[in-house]
Design a protein around this ligand. Sequence first.
Ligand SMILES: Cc1cc2nc3c(=O)[nH]c(=O)nc-3n(C[C@H](O)[C@H](O)[C@H](O)COP(=O)(O)OP(=O)(O)OC[C@H]3O[C@@H](n4cnc5c(N)ncnc54)[C@H](O)[C@@H]3O)c2cc1C
Ligand code: SF4
Length: 848
Amino acid sequence: MTDLLAPPSSARESWPTKQRLVVIGNGMAGARTVEEILSRNGAELFEITMFGDEPYGNYNRIMLSHVLSGEDSEADIFLNSLQWYADNAIDLHAGVRIERIDRFAKVVFGDDGSITPYDQLIIATGSRAFVPPTEGIYRPNGSMLPGVFSFRTLDDTRAMVEYARREDHHRAVVIGGGLLGLEAARGLQTHGVQVDVVHSGKHLMNAQLGRAGGEILRRSMAQLGVGVFTGTRVTEVWGPDRVRGVKLRDLTEIDCDLVVIAAGIRPNTDVATVSGFTVERAIVVDDQLRTVEDPSVFAVGECVQHRGEVYGLVAPLWEQAVVLADQITGANPAARYLGSRTATKLKVAGVEVASMGVAEPERDTDEHIVFSEPSRGVYKSVVVRDGKVIGATLLGDSSKVAFLQQAFDRGLPLPDERVELLFDLGGPTEDVGVAELADDAQVCNCNGVCKSTIVDTVKGGCKTVTGVMDATRAGKGCGSCKGLVAKLVEWAADGAVQEDPSIHWYVPGIPLDKPTLMAEIRERNLRSVAEVFAALAPGGAEDAKSKMGLASLLKMMWGSEAPDDREGRFINDRVHANIQKDGTFSVVPQMRGGVTTPEQLRRIADVAEKYDVPMVKLTGGQRIDLLGIKKEDLPAVWADLDMPSGYAYGKSFRTVKTCVGQEFCRFGTGDSTKLGIELETRLQGMEGPAKMKLAVSGCPRNCAESYVKDVGIVAIEGGRWEIYIGGAAGAHIRKGDLLCTVDDAETAKLLTGRFLQYYRENAKWLERTYAFVPRVGLEHIRAVVVTDSEGIAERLDAEVAKHAENHRDPWQDGKNPASPGQFRASLPLEVLPHVPKNRAEILLGGSW
Ligand SMILES: Cc1cc2nc3c(=O)[nH]c(=O)nc-3n(C[C@H](O)[C@H](O)[C@H](O)COP(=O)(O)OP(=O)(O)OC[C@H]3O[C@@H](n4cnc5c(N)ncnc54)[C@H](O)[C@@H]3O)c2cc1C
Ligand code: SF4
C-alpha cells in the first residue's frame, strides 16, 4: 500500500540527512555541551547553529576575575576561538539574542529579525547578576548610576577596569562577600583602588564556610587590605552625576567612586517563560535534561532547575553536558543526571578554599575535627557522621582535598586517627589519595577535567606537567588544582614524570635558552637557519615553528653580515608588506614622526588612483595605508611612491607617534616631533622578538599616548624628558614603567636605543616589552640600561649605531627581486573574500 504521508522517493533522496540542532546561549554550558556532542560524532548527526547575545566566541567566565586583576588578558580566557566554530561547521550568531521559541512551529526568533528552524533545541541561557533593591542604583531613565557595575560578563569587566583606572577614582564598595565579591575586591585593588566589602551574611562566603572559617577569611582579607562589613547591607547609593558614596543599614556612610554588585545571580529564564515552558526558580528539566513540555527541547547549565536544585558553579554543568550529549546523540540513551554534590575547590582572592557538604556539625553525635591557625590564615574542619565524611572545609591549605573529596563522594572508610584527615601523619597520604580517586572524579573544576583524562594523556606519552595541562586544560582555570594535577601526572607516570624544560627555550625546536643559543651561534659561527638546525636541533631536525624566531635572531646578531634567509620568513617579510584576508597586501610608506609633505601626499594619491586601490586609510601610527594591492604590483607601487618602507609588517621596529609639541602647541615644553623623527631614523628597520612601537609627547598631557607604548617619551618642565618602557594598548593594556628622567633629548635617544637592544637580546621570541619588562624586572633593567651595572652599555650602544649605519630600505628589493618568484602572483590556498572595490566611496557615500 502507498504511504500517503511519505514524500516521493526522489524528494526523499534530497532530504537533509542531518537534524538541525539549535543552541540558545554560547556560554560555558552551551559550548561545552556542543563540544561533548561533537566528541560523540555529533557533526555527522547535526547541523549546529548557536546563538549568544554576547558578541564573542566562548570564554571562561571564571577567568573574568583574572582579567579584572590584570593577571590575564582578554585573549587568554577564550575557550573556543571563532575559528573553532568555523572548523566544526557551527553556524555561530554572536551578538544575537533569542526572544521567543515557537515550539509548535519549531523555530526560534532572534532580535535581529531572524527565524531559525530546529529539530532539537538546547536552552543554555545561564544567569545574570541579581541587583538587590537599593535606593539610587537606577536613574529615572532606567540606566544604572554611572560608576555602578555588575560583575558577570566580559563587557562588565572591561567597563569596570576602565573606570577603576581613572585617576580621580580612589575607593570602591563591593556589595556581596561571596566568592564573586571577594574576587572583585582583589581585582579592583590591583588598579590602586581602596576596597570595602559589604556583606549581608554574618560572615564571608557563608554559603560555603562556617562561622569560624568565615572569620579567618575575614582576617586574610584584612591582611590583604580589604575592608569588610558583615551582617549589614547597602540601603542607598548616592551621587548627583555618578556614584559618590553608599549608605549602610546602620546609617554608616562610605564615600566611594565605584560600586560593584556581586550579590548573587538569577537564572535567565525570560525566553523559556514567554515561550510557555515550565519555569519555577529556573527552567524545570527531568533527569535527561528535557523540558517538561517538549522532548525535543533540552536545557543545561545555570538556567536549569533539576529535582528542585539550581546550581551556580561550573562542576554540575560539566556533568549535565555529558548526560545531555549522551542523550541527544543517542550515544548512551540510558544516561541520567541525578544531581551534583557541590564540592567547591577554588582560589578566592589568592586564598585556597575547598568546601563540601555541611560546614558545621548538625547533630550531637556528629564528630567535628578542627584545626585553626588564624595567623597563617589556615582553617581545616571535617564533619563525620557514622564513620563517613559528610562535610569538610579547608581554608589556606587544601593539600588533603583529594582524599576528603573521595571520602565525601564515595563514603570511603576513615582512619581511626581522625587527625590524619587533616594532616599527613603516615595515614592516607596524598599519593594514596590520588590513587584512590575514582576515574571520573573531577580534578579541575574550572575546565571540567576528570582524573581519567589526565591519566590517559600521561599514558599516551605526555609526561610533563605543563604538557598535560596544555593538552587537557586542567589547571588552567583558577589554578587551585595545579598541585593535584602535578601529583596525578607523577602518579600516572609512575615516577617517570619529566620537568618541562621547554619553557626556558627561545624557540621550541632548539633546546637552549636565548643566551646559550646566542653563545653557541657565535662560537660556531652559524649564519643561517639551516646551519643552526643542523648544529643545535636534536637530530638536526628542522622545526617549522622555530624558523621565524631563528631568522630574526640571526638578523639581529649578524645584521647585514647574515645571508638573506628567506625560507625562515613569513610572507609579510618576504614581500615587505602586510598580507590581508583576501590575499592582497597593504602598503604603508614611511612618514617619520607622522610628518609628510604635499609632494608626498600627491604621489600617494596618484598611486592610489593608478593602481585602483580599494581603500586608503589613516593608521593609528600616523601614516597612510594603501589597502588591496596585488602582490605582483608591489614593486611598481614602491617605485611610483618613491618613499621608503614604513615597516607596517613583521616583528620589528614600526613607528614613532608624535604630538605637534613645542613648535606649535601652547602647552609643549619639548620638541617631540624632532625627537620622534630622529628616533625613527636611527631605529628604522630594527628586527626584534616582536613589534616595537614608540611615541614622543611634548608635555605630560601626552597627546601621543606615550604611556602605552613599548617606549614612550614625555617632555617635562626644564627641558627634561621622562622615558617609559613596557607599555601596551592592544589586546593587552599596560601603562609603561618610568625607566628614568633625563636632561636632554640626546640622552633620551641613546637610552631608548640601549633599552631596545637589551630587549632584542634577552626577550623570548614573540615576547612584547609589556611581558618582558615585568618578567625581567624594572629595577634590573634600570640597573643595566641606566647605570650600566653589567658594563655592557657601550656594546649595546655600538650595536644600535651599527644597525643604523647598515640599514637598507627593503623596498629596494622591488628593483632587484631576491628570487624570481618574490613578487609573482600566487593563488591563495583557500578561497578568500574580496576587499570590495572602492570601499572608501561606499563607506563615505553612506547616509548619516
Ligand atoms: C566573575 C565570575 C567568577 C566565577 N568563578 C567561578 C568559580 O571559581 N568556580 C565556579 O565553579 N564557577 C564560577 N563562576 C560561575 C560560572 O561562571 C557559571 O557557573 C557558568 O558560567 C554558568 O554557565 P552557563 O553556560 O550556564 O551560563 P553562562 O556562562 O552565563 O552563559 C550563558 C550565555 O547565554 C547568553 N544568553 C542568555 N540569554 C540569551 C538569549 N535569550 N539568547 C542568546 N543568548 C543568551 C548569556 O549572555 C551568556 O553568554 C563564576 C562566575 C563569574 C561571573
Ligand atoms: S602632549 Fe602636550 S605638547 Fe603635545 S600636543 Fe598634547 S598638549 Fe601639546
